[in-house]
Write a protein that binds this ligand. Structure first.
Ligand code: FPP
Ligand code: MG
Length: 331
């Protein structure tokens, strides 16, 4: 039996603080799926109804609630969150094509069920729907947040592809990929939440920084989980990054202070499970997973530091719990 860990509990408690907003944005997304043209309906519904953690919406709603202890305009906040979740789902549909991933959240990915052509177009349709969610939004800062993060997602993903197979990838290049492909969307969530809460410009900037640190930490942990470290019910295969030639933080840290030759050979053979397991063993004994985790924790500490500038409240406490436990997540 798997017991809920601290992060799962923190997510559950956080959800309960913003449940009506989460329900409304889920309903909006389901309506989009249901009203899609016939050829897309089943495919989009499959993506929208997959149970996700909804971390992006939770961050947006908690920040939107953090100033006045209520969300000022529920409908508007739900639209912004639905737009962000739809953009996120679109990028995952495309990402699964790029990575050739068979599963997403424990079920077949769109491309493995319906093929690449459909997956690319379904992702495009979802990207367009993401924009439609915010057509009526009057505050340009929300539109900017969404547009910039969509563009950073694509740029980050392209940089990652360009760096694929490059075993000399630097820490800085890795961080550039992480900021683009993951943190940019969390920056957008935090910015939208802060704008909707009615914070002044300086605080909106602080919140963007908070989103950036949370997003970086989130992707570092994702990259550690890909090695199967502390992973439970991942909903996807392990070693996908490694087998796709993606050199992530644990390996970058290894190469910084160990002889390269033997490890490079193992990475080239990572599709063989004995080699992949040996890589994990070596990374463990060189303490690279712990080191990567402590880099993630240092970003979470920076996010918590920024939280101290926001008004103290139950919502603020919940955000702190969310950040304090994220590095312990198992999926
Ligand atoms: C998952 O990374 C992928 C992303 C977070 C971003 C993917 C972005 C694109 C494909 C660009 C598309 C852009 C738009 C605007 C639609 P991962 O492969 O490390 O994580 P995973 O293990 O969950 O697949
Ligand atoms: Mg992927």
């Amino acid at each position: 039996m798997i017991f809920p860990n601290k992060f799962q509990n923190a997510v559950k408690e956080a959800k309960s603080l913003v449940q009506p907003a989460l329900d409304l944005s889920s309903k909006m997304m389901q309506e989009v799926a249901l009203n899609s043209p016939v050829g897309l309906r089943e495919r989009i519904t499959q993506t929208v109804e997959r149970p996700g953690k909804k971390l992006r919406s939770i961050l947006l709603f908690l920040l939107a609630k953090s100033k006045n202890n209520e969300i000022n305009d529920l409908e508007r906040a739900a639209r912004a969150a639905a737009s962000i979740e739809m953009l996120h789902l679109a990028s995952l549909v495309h990402d699964d094509v790029i990575d050739g991933s068979e599963f997403r959240r424990g079920v077949n990915s769109i491309h493995s069920s319906f093929g690449n052509k459909i997956a690319v177009l379904a992702g495009d349709y979802m990207l367009a729907q993401s924009m439609i969610f915010v057509l009526e939004e009057k505050d340009r800062r929300i539109l900017q947040a969404l547009a910039y993060s969509a563009s950073s997602l694509a740029a980050g993903e392209i940089l990652e592809i360009d760096l694929t197979g490059n075993m000399n990838i630097s820490f800085e290049e890795y961080m550039q990929v992480v900021e683009g492909k993951t943190a940019s969307l969390l920056v957008a969530c935090a910015k939208c939440g802060a704008v909707l809460a009615g914070y002044d410009d300086e605080t909106v900037e602080d919140c963007k920084e908070l989103g950036l640190h949370f997003g970086i930490a989130f992707q570092i942990i994702d990259d550690i989980l890909d090695y199967g470290i502390d992973a439970e019910s991942l909903g996807k295969k392990k070693f996908e990054d490694l087998q796709n030639g993606l050199i992530t933080l644990p390996l970058i840290l290894y190469f910084q202070k160990n002889p390269r030759e033997e490890m490079e050979q193992l990475v080239k053979n990572a599709s063989d499970s004995d080699s992949a397991n040996l890589i994990v063993k070596k990374l463990k004994s060189a303490d690279c997973f712990n080191e990567a985790k402590s880099i993630a924790r240092s970003h979470l500490s920076k996010a918590i530091e920024i939280l101290r500038k926001l008004p103290p409240s139950r919502v603020n406490n919940q955000l702190r719990k969310f950040f304090e436990t994220m590095a312990e997540r198992k999926n």
